[in-house]
Ligand binder design. Structure first.
Ligand code: GLC
Length: 421
């Protein structure tokens, strides 16, 4: 039987490797082709070293993944050696992670994006190697924009209008399930990302909490951004979007039932795959701005590889991490799965650019992506994010207005802040 009972009582089914014989265990994401790509990378390392690795899959929702990790790490369990951690977690998880600088060569992070290396360096300790980066982008059906003689939207208002026109037209033509816009609206980390993209795209909309730790979220531009988004539900977005993560949104878009989708680059490889009903009908663009004076504000995402302090084999685990984050592996993952490299030079690599042209055309979107306020709020980031996405979810569901919601969110964030961040 492949599997093991974790201290928290969570039964993790082993998806690869042999339980008894495995030297190491790595936890990987399973969004889209992620798990498969992780497994093939791990297999290459196994072949090179003769070591064996068990790959365990984790929940798609970053919020659920974090609580699973926290249970394992708080129990000081040695069950998982290598963790795939979100770009917003290093500060919070640092006490449970080894300093990779003690295990890897001095030049291990040469050529990597400095901002991500800095993000993963907590009190001078390199707690994770940058694996892939992410930024929110707009996917659109170029065939349908052409059919209705519409431009790619550059503001949310234009997006809404184009979505209404095409949705009405396609429904009239018989496609009753057609929608204008799909995004990540479930009450989880993904909604924090989406809503921050709306707010930060308005002039002076801010980033929930600013770099000095000031709570800025209760402002008129944020009210405007959230009110506009609330208007999408049941107009250009299905009610069901309130329960969508990345994969549900992709499902609707990829089956040909939506004009626009907000998602991460990984979706490119899948919507353009041979199985996809919209292959060659898709293009990507920066996310729209909040009006003429606003700016596109794709939020920074991405995942990193960390070694648990409770690992029985930190040396071997650090070696696996270095291998998976190496230029060769990052190039393979970029070409096979459209995962954004964290190594700058790969954005000039002709094979990478041929496989994913927008790594070149949208380069600025990736390098100037808007960070979530994780560094400044530290350990409290999950509380801040939870309070924010719950509020936004209520606004989208029509239970509170944007100004009521943001007003009480401000109070809640003040209370969290009093515990210090
Ligand atoms: C993507 C991003 C990650 C983010 C998550 C939210 O996986 O890379 O940073 O937290 O989406 O759903």
């Amino acid at each position: 039987m492949k599997g093991r009972l974790l201290p928290a009582g969570i039964f993790l089914v082993a998806v690869a490797g042999q339980v008894q014989a495995a030297d190491l265990t790595i936890s990987c994401g399973a969004v889209g082709a992620e798990l498969q790509l992780c497994k093939s990378g791990v297999e290459r390392w196994e072949a090179q070293t003769g070591n064996s690795v068990e790959v365990v899959s984790t929940p798609n929702s970053a919020t659920e993944r974090l609580s699973l990790y926290q249970q394992i790490l708080n129990a000081r369990s040695s069950d998982i050696d290598v963790f795939q951690i979100d770009v917003v977690w290093p500060g919070m998880l640092a006490p449970h992670l080894i300093d990779l600088k003690e295990y890897l060569p001095q030049n291990a992070t040469d050529g990597f994006f400095g901002a991500i290396v800095d993000n993963n360096t907590v009190e001078g300790r390199l707690v994770a190697m940058p694996w892939f980066t992410d930024a929110g982008i707009l996917y659109y059906r170029k065939d349908l924009l052409e059919k209705y003689d519409l431009e790619v939207p550059t503001t949310w208002a234009e997006l809404t209008e184009a979505a209404q026109t095409v949705q009405a037209g396609e429904r009239d033509a018989g496609q009753k399930d057609f929608w204008g816009y799909v995004f990540q609206g479930r009450a989880y980390e993904g909604l924090t990302v989406n809503a921050l993209e709306w707010i930060a795209s308005y002039p002076d909309g801010g980033t929930i909490v600013d770099e000095d730790g000031e709570i800025t979220v209760n402002n008129p531009q944020a009210v405007k951004a959230l009110s506009h988004a609330a208007g999408w539900i049941n107009d250009i977005s299905p009610q069901g979007v309130l329960n969508y993560t990345e994969e549900e949104a992709r499902g609707v878009f990829q089956s040909g039932n939506a004009l626009f989708m907000r998602n991460w680059p990984y979706a490119w490889d899948l919507v353009q795959s041979e199985q996809s009903s919209i292959r060659d009908k898709v293009e990507v663009a920066p996310l729209p701005a909040g009006g003429e004076d606003g700016q596109s504000a794709g939020v920074l995402g991405g995942w990193n590889l960390a070694v648990s302090r409770y690992s029985d084999h930190p040396d071997m685990a650090a070696d696996l991490v270095a291998f998976l984050a190496s230029p060769e592996e990052q190039k393979r993952r970029a070409i096979e799965g459209a995962y954004n490299p964290t190594i700058e030079a790969l954005y000039q690599d002709p094979e990478v650019l041929a496989a994913v042209p927008f790594f070149g055309t949208l380069y600025d979107t990736f390098v100037s992506a808007v960070p979530r306020p994780a560094a400044v709020t530290g350990d409290n980031y999950p509380r801040v994010s939870n309070a924010f996405f719950n509020t936004v979810h209520e606004v989208l569901s029509g239970r509170v207005t944007a100004d009521q919601g943001l007003e009480s969110l401000e109070g809640e964030l003040e209370r969290i802040k009093r515990r210090r961040w």
